[in-house]
Design a binder for this molecule. Structure first.
Ligand code: GLU
Length: 587
């Protein structure tokens, strides 16, 4: 969510470097942005509401910082956009996160005479640094002292009039890239990948300052020096482009066969090591938020069915009632696109402190989640740019399936099934008739205000994720209902013409779902079936290949495509739906 970027070097104009960086961070979601550069006039700032410009800025310089804001405190206005000036313009500051004690700090600072000009929590950091400057002559010392007084997950970047750039991390991600004497600061490595030869991930509780040739990393709490550890930039290309597609979402849905095959490249020993830990664990939890929450629940399902493990699925922001139950001997499994999801990280950090082990499946290199994991898996799915996750969800649940099969002693069988799934997906995604039918049905559904999705067993989380995609993309109210639970409540909503999507696999629960469809059809609902076989209850049939054990993973594709074409029919901003951000690094 939102982003920070910084550039120090003589090779490029800083405002060009920062603008390019902000544009490459733009998939994370934001509502306004700003850039500050240092030149012979001092520090100049330009801020705007809306999308980062494609045009070069008028302000130029060799050192610059930038910010994309996803407003949490204060309206989306130019004035509230970052970076924010110190009262004497001796520095500017940009911030990711939430200062949880902003109200208290502001009251104290106002009493001391500091004037506030924005509605942001960020401005309390600026004024606090100014207050600390009364005692600390060096700006870096004042920033460090101020940072120690903040509560919440915060990351800041500061540009000073003398050319010093300071960044401190405690939550939102912060990474560096360097080549010769150029240094990039950013929220993710993708944003500067093509320009650097080495990268460094900053840990929570660390601060960095760069002034001329001097680069210093410090432990914020202790005030001690830390040796910077740069690693070789492993991101090949870091390509971020849509190719021939109109939208990243469609491109990424169509990469499903590729992402499934990537999982088969992981050495067997890694799957076996995790499976052994799962079998030994006292309790196994899976955890995620949003789409990754649905993936976590599907992974738990696979662990129960194919691994015979009592796995419990948790939602990141709703796990606090488990805090006292998690402890030594437990294992938490976290699928995450960014590896930086704040509410999940909070649970994992706590679990780790209490002695539990962590396994993660992450797509973004260098993330916090990977770094704290005992079992690290990378999706290696390539950048996912659309704010709505599609290929990573597919990767997460296919990975969970394989892990569960390994627990059940059937790794090779699992791999064969995933390989067959990738082939079936590929054929399906290239079938023009399939795409045409999906588009037609989506066009009709896009005219409705409410729709319902039914499924059962292995498709339980899949319909939930289908619901999430439709809500995110088309802003139409969708409701995923467990087929068996329908008659306990949602049946009241069924009337003539109610649109229903039913996901029916060829498994032992098939007849239960078909019976539920009878019940809604009898009340006038119009049911579109996603199934390997047609049924008399369907008014439209979206045929999917029967991939047996991996059938649920296959069913994700038509649901994602429906959501895509519905969003398209509604004329929405598909790759960046309103109000949501990709990487939710604030709680
Ligand atoms: N809380 C800050 C604000 O609302 C920063 C939000 C962000 O991370 O972009 O301005």
């Amino acid at each position: 969510m939102c982003g920070i970027f910084g550039y120090v070097g003589t090779e490029r104009d800083a405002s060009d470097a920062v603008i390019e960086g902000l544009r490459r961070l733009d998939y994370r979601g934001y509502d306004s942005w700003g850039v500050a550069v240092l030149n012979r006039h001092g520090i100049e700032v330009e801020k705007h509401v809306g999308i980062v410009t494609k045009e070069p800025l008028k302000i130029r310089g060799n050192i610059g910082i930038g910010h994309t804001r996803w407003a949490t405190h204060g309206a989306v206005t130019e004035n509230n956009a970052h970076p924010h000036y110190a009262a004497d313009k001796s520095f500017v500051l940009a911030h990711n996160g939430i200062v949880e004690n902003a109200t208290e700090l502001k009251a104290v600072l106002e009493k001391k005479g500091h004037k506030f000009h924005t509605q942001t929590d960020t401005e309390t950091i600026v004024r606090l640094v100014e207050e600390k400057q009364k005692r600390h002559k060096k700006l870096a010392d004042a920033v460090r002292a101020a940072f120690k007084d903040l509560t919440g997950r915060n990351t800041i970047i500061v540009l000073a009039k003398d050319g010093e750039v300071i960044a401190a991390r405690n939550g939102s991600p912060l990474v560096f890239g360097s080549k010769n004497d150029e240094l990039y600061f950013s929220s993710d490595v993708l944003s500067f990948a093509p320009h650097v030869s080495s990268v460094m991930v900053m840990e929570n509780g660390q601060m960095v300052s760069k002034n001329g040739q001097r680069l210093q990393v410090m432990d914020i709490a202790k005030g001690t020096k830390v040796t910077p550890k740069f690693e070789k930039n492993a991101i090949v290309g870091g390509e971020v482009n849509k190719g021939d597609y109109d939208h990243y979402m469609l491109k990424e849905i169509r990469e499903a066969p590729f992402v499934v095959r990537q999982l088969l490249k992981e050495p067997d020993t890694n799957y076996r090591a995790l499976a052994a830990a799962i079998k030994k664990a006292k309790n196994v939890y899976t955890i995620g938020s949003g789409t990754a929450g649905a993936a976590a629940a599907q992974i738990a399902f696979y662990l129960r069915v194919y691994g015979e493990i009592k796995a419990t699925a948790l939602i990141g922001a709703e796990a606090s009632d488990y805090y006292s139950l998690i402890g030594k001997g437990d294992l938490l499994i976290a699928p995450s696109q960014s590896g930086e999801t704040a509410d999940v990280l909070e649970v994992l950090e706590l679990a780790k402190k209490r002695g539990a082990m962590i396994a993660s499946h992450v797509n973004m290199p260098g993330s916090m989640m990977t770094r704290m994991s005992d079992f690290k898996f990378m999706a290696q799915a390539g950048p996912e740019i659309c704010v709505m996750s599609t290929k990573i969800f597919t990767s997460q649940i296919a990975w969970g399936y394989l892990v569960a099969k390994t627990v059940g002693g059937k790794l090779q069988d699992g791999k064969r099934n995933l390989s067959a799934l990738a082939t079936a997906m590929n054929r399906y995604l290239k079938d023009e008739i399939v795409l045409k039918t999906l588009k037609e049905i989506a066009g009709r559904m896009a005219k409705k205000e409410d729709l319902y999705i039914l499924g059962k067993g292995q498709n339980q989380q899949i319909i939930k994720e289908g619901m999430v995609k439709i809500i995110e993309g088309s802003y139409i109210h969708a409701h995923g209902i467990p087929a068996g639970d329908l008659k306990h409540y949602a049946i009241t909503l069924m009337e003539e013409g109610t649109p229903v999507i039913a996901v029916v696999s060829n498994d032992t629960l098939k007849n239960d779902v078909l019976n539920a469809i009878h019940e809604v059809k009898a009340r006038g609902a119009k049911v579109v079936g996603i199934a390997p076989e047609n049924a008399e209850q369907f008014i439209d049939w979206l045929k999917v290949p029967d991939t047996k054990e991996t059938s649920a993973i296959m069913n994700v594709i038509p649901l994602q495509l429906l959501a895509y074409y519905m969003a398209l029919a509604r004329g929405n901003n598909i790759d960046k739906p309103r109000n949501i951000a990709k990487s939710v690094t604030v709680k």
